[in-house]
Design a protein around this ligand. Structure first.
Ligand code: ADP
Ligand code: MG
Length: 424
């Protein structure tokens, strides 16, 4: 299946789940934490503040003692924005804290590390903070927004800029779109001197010294964008400081996973620590999987059919436990692994297989199912609806297996049977 379809489907799934989990799409484009992004920025000559990272309370005093600044900013590291306005599950307010007092740092770090941070962009129960950044604070005069993005609509990269950056950029985009400029970039030319000047002026950095610095920062950002095969480099805010520096105060970089083979150093930074373990496991076997909160595990081929299956389960009063598209070129082993992931999920009380064999051979699916059901000692009801290529052979394999498989001839019947199986 094309990547486009997968991504489109995942957007639909995300709206279906009614939560914004943009970083949990089946195409696992790598995202880095702020501090990791800043290391890349620094290496490319983009200005960032000095920082230290605390990931273990035991060593926190040691790390903090070595770090000195006139003022500090303490920032929880998670793969979601909106931290400044977020709150923790222990009641602590704000994922970004500023203090002048060195002796307060440890207390702030203690309130963040190991606790869940909830922001507008996280799932509703938040994300555990495993790393905290302690950075030099900077004296901000003006916060702006800059982002280089691969944009489907423009068939290439665009530069998005706003003089009204900072924590309310979403509101700016909605209420005052004139304050946001989108400039399509030529992939070979990138951010030219003249584009960089135009943007610096638009950001309000027209004064000679600031202009030169902004132009240099933007040109370095572009160079990095190309060098690391980024899909997005977002700097919010890019600030002007009291002493007339231009500094990237927050950074978010995501990468094109098609480029993994030539960006191995970067991809090795991915600890996948924040992702749903079911999704991490599934991605090892190239399965397009998204975990959900329901109890009917679905194994489907094709994103469209997966969406339809989830809809019909809902229509019949059930709730899907996942979105799982095994794709067109699925092998028996992947079917086995998909089954294993579903059965290891304690929430799954029934499994529904819905496969339309176009490219995929139904017998492959049937063999995978039978093998998995036997080896894994399947104890929950299994409803199977197969149609298409080699379906007779597939039905025979299922029937002769002697396993208690409930078969269904169409989608509606399959969903009804799965829902009924749970209610019994
Ligand atoms: P998020 O976007 O997740 O809320 P940011 O890193 O953008 O997190 O921080 C939120 C706000 O905190 C910034 O818009 C800025 O006003 C302030 N801030 C962040 N880092 C610093 C810093 N080093 N010095 C001064 N203020 C900062
Ligand atoms: Mg920010």
């Amino acid at each position: 299946m094309s990547r486009f379809l997968v991504q489109r489907a995942s957007l639909l799934v995300n709206s279906f789940k009614n939560v914004s989990r943009v970083f949990l799409i089946p195409v696992r484009n790598l995202n880095l934490l702020e501090y990791q992004s800043k290391l890349l920025l620094r290496d490319s000559g983009v200005s960032v503040q000095n920082f230290a990272i605390v990931d273990d309370l035991k060593y926190a005093p040691e790390v903090l003692n070595k770090f000195n600044a006139a003022e500090y900013v303490v920032k929880a590291q998670i793969l979601a924005g909106g931290r400044g306005k977020g709150h923790f599950d222990n009641g602590f307010k704000g994922g970004v804290h500023i203090t002048k007092e060195h002796e307060k740092l440890l207390e702030i770090v203690k309130n963040m590390l190991g606790h869940r941070l909830i922001t507008k962009q996280t799932p509703k129960d938040g994300i555990v903070v495993n790393k905290v950044m302690v950075a030099e604070s900077v004296d901000i005069v003006k916060e702006t927004y800059v982002c280089i993005l691969m944009d489907r609509q423009h068939n290439g990269p665009v530069l998005i800029a706003s003089p009204a950056g900072g924590m309310d950029i979403e509101a700016v985009a909605e209420k005052t779109p004139d304050l946001i400029k989108t400039i399509p970039l030529d992939i070979y030319e990138g951010i030219t001197e003249s584009i960089a000047k135009e943007v610096a002026n638009f950001l309000g950095f027209g004064d000679k010294l600031l202009l030169d610095k902004t132009v240099a920062e933007l040109r370095n950002l572009w160079k990095l964008f190309v060098d690391i095969d980024a899909l997005q480099i977002e700097i919010n805010p890019l600030v002007e400081t009291k002493d007339k520096q231009i500094i990237a105060v927050d950074a978010k970089i995501s990468f094109d996973d098609n480029a993994q083979y030539r960006q191995q150093d970067i991809f090795s930074l991915d600890d996948a620590g924040e992702d749903d373990p079911r999704e991490v496991e599934a991605s090892k076997f190239s399965l397009n999987y998204i975990g959900m909160d329901g109890n009917i595990g679905c194994l489907v081929n094709g994103a469209g059919l997966a969406m339809a299956t989830m809809d019909i389960i809902k229509l019949n009063g059930g709730t899907p436990a996942n979105f799982l598209d095994v794709g067109g070129s699925v092998k028996e082993d992947q079917v086995y692994q998909a089954f294993r992931i579903l059965t290891e999920d304690a929430k799954v009380e029934a499994i529904l297989v819905n496969v339309f064999g176009g490219i995929v051979n139904c017998a492959t699916i049937a063999n995978g199912i039978v093998g998995a059901a036997r080896n894994l000692g399947l104890k929950i009801p299994l409803v199977v609806r197969l149609e298409g290529t080699n379906v007779m052979e597939a039905r025979k394999i299922l029937a002769e297996s002697g396993l208690p498989i409930l078969s269904a001839s169409d989608l509606d019947e399959a969903a009804k049977k799965a829902v009924a199986a749970i209610r019994q």
